[in-house]
Every structure is written in C-alpha cells, then in structure tokens.
Design a protein around this ligand. Sequence first.
Ligand code: SF4
Length: 348
Amino acid sequence: MPTELLGLTLDELRRLAAAWGEPAYRGQQLFHALYAERRFAFARMTNLSHSLRERLEREACITLPALQQRYTSADGTVRYLLRLADGKTVETVWMPEARRQTLCLSTQAGCAVDCHFCATAQLGLVRNLTAGEIVGQALAVLADQPRRRSNTNIVLMGQGEPLLNYDATLKAVRLFADPKGMAIPLLKITLSTSGILPGIRRLAGEERRPKLALSLNATTDAQRDALMPINRKYPLGELLAACRDYPLRARERLTFEYVLLGGVNDTPEDARRLVALTRGLRAKINLIPWNAVPGLPYGAPADEAVATFQRILRRGGCLAFIRRSRGQDVAAACGQLASLDTSAPPAT
Ligand code: SF4
C-alpha cells in the first residue's frame, strides 16, 4: 500500500524522509510543496531530487477528495459534493466575499447528534473523517477556485460534530495554521459544536486551538431538549459554566449561534432569557433565520420577529448580528447539508 501523505504533519514528513534514508529537510520540502505551494503531483515537486520523486511515485500517494458535483448559488456561494477514497461523500461550502473567502468544512460524513432542525442529522453518522480528508476538502476547493483571495477563513460547521472527531479535527486545524504550510491564523478558524462538554473542556486546555462557537438555539433546558437531544446529556447550565471558564485570547470572543425557528424559539421572552444567560460573557451572538429543509416541521421566522429579537439582545448589552445564510437556493446554507446531489442543476 502506498503511504498517504495528505494529512501528515511537518514532523511526520520529516520522520518519513528519515526512514527513507533522506535528510530531514526533504520532509520540510514535501510539506511546503503539499500545503504551501499546493502541488499534488510528485512530478511537479521540482524542489525534490529526481530520485526522491521517483520513489514517491512508487511508494506514496496524495489523495484529494474528488469533486463529484458543484452547485453554484445566485449569491456566488458554491456547494461542493466531494467523494472520498472509499466512495462516501461529504459537503464543503465556498463563500467568496470582497476581500476574503470562507470555507465551511465537514469533519464527519453525516452526524450522530440528531439536532431536529438539521438536514445532516437525517443521514446519521456515516463515519469520522481523517485529518487528511478535512484538510483535503480545503485543498480541493481552493484548487477549483481560480479567483480566490489571499485571506481564507475556515469554519468547521459542515457535516458532523467536530468535537466527536476531536483528534483528527485538531490535527487538521494545526495543519491549516502551520506557518510553513497554509498559514491560516488560528483566530481565522472557527470550530462549531452542538455542546459536547468534554470536548469543550479539552479544547480549553489546548495551547493551539481554533475559535469556539456554540450552537445554542434555545434558552431553557426543556426547549433545548426538544430541539437538540444532546442537551439531556450536557444541559445548558453546564455548557454556559464551561463557557465562563473558557480561556479567551486577546480580542477573542465566543460565538453563540442561535437558529431562529418561527414560533418555536423566536419570541421576545426567548430573547430576554438569552440576554440573561449570556450576561457577562465575552461573546457575540449570531442569529440565523432557519433555512427550510424539506420534511422538517419548522418554519422560517417572520422578519419582524427576527428584528425584534435582535433589538432586545442589543438593548440588553449583547453583540448580536443577523446572519442571512448564503447559498440557500443550492441547499448550501446552515443546517441544509445532507449530501443532496439532485437538488439543483450542476454548475457549469
Ligand atoms: S447541527 Fe451540527 S451537530 Fe447538529 S445534527 Fe447538524 S451537523 Fe450534527
């Protein structure tokens, strides 16, 4: 079996070079070619010796996820359906902006968490992704996007619960952030969790970690139990206590995501409870009007309810933003990722 290089760290590539009887700096050259120059054919790694390239051709491989389908939204967002080496598929979303782009990556194929408003939950958990498959999504999409900006944000908010695939996710984060590779600052990488308490506590102890977003979506345990059964295991009070203990870096804030479901969690009382729950936390709140998912028993909130909700939060001293999701017309918006490959015609 050839050795898969995608997902190996600088140290791992140095060790591989040493095991092959090469000087350790060859490992660094490989790392640079792979993640900084993003060359995926050994023949194009002209910084390596001819004999090493020949050996790599025989004994190693670089397996990027294959682009199965690409759906382009009217707003420029692109939802990619990517096929992994074993035939499983995941989704990655590309969101271009004037000065940067944001990549929304999956950390698992499907998801076991069962948030009731989320399309991915309907898939169940297919499997965890490897670090190489998480990083590979970004590399495959960047290679497909010729008009990219130099600034890239990464959000781990696609399919899956990142903290239930902790080691591979953190390894991928460190690969993104390595200054000798893709060099994406840690504060431009955000991990979003449904509230996996042991994972949040473990992340708090990491020296090198991404920013943390908590998908809150409710202001009482009864309400959150009904929307997100994971709340029965890790209830609101314990989650918010972990948030209060969470060590924030300079200029860092926690993010609370709050999906507004019409008539369910979008009342003025909910907004007032949210103010009380988050009081004193260095945080911002992203309000996300629900994106329709066929077959789920929810509706989008009324515009007036969304505006009132935000007004109450702001009057209560919260930093609150309304996030109109992008890519809704191609099922690329928050909560819509379900590996659909027939929901829209493929982009040309
Ligand atoms: S919202 Fe996230 S954690 Fe919840 S089911 Fe969907 S993908 Fe899983």
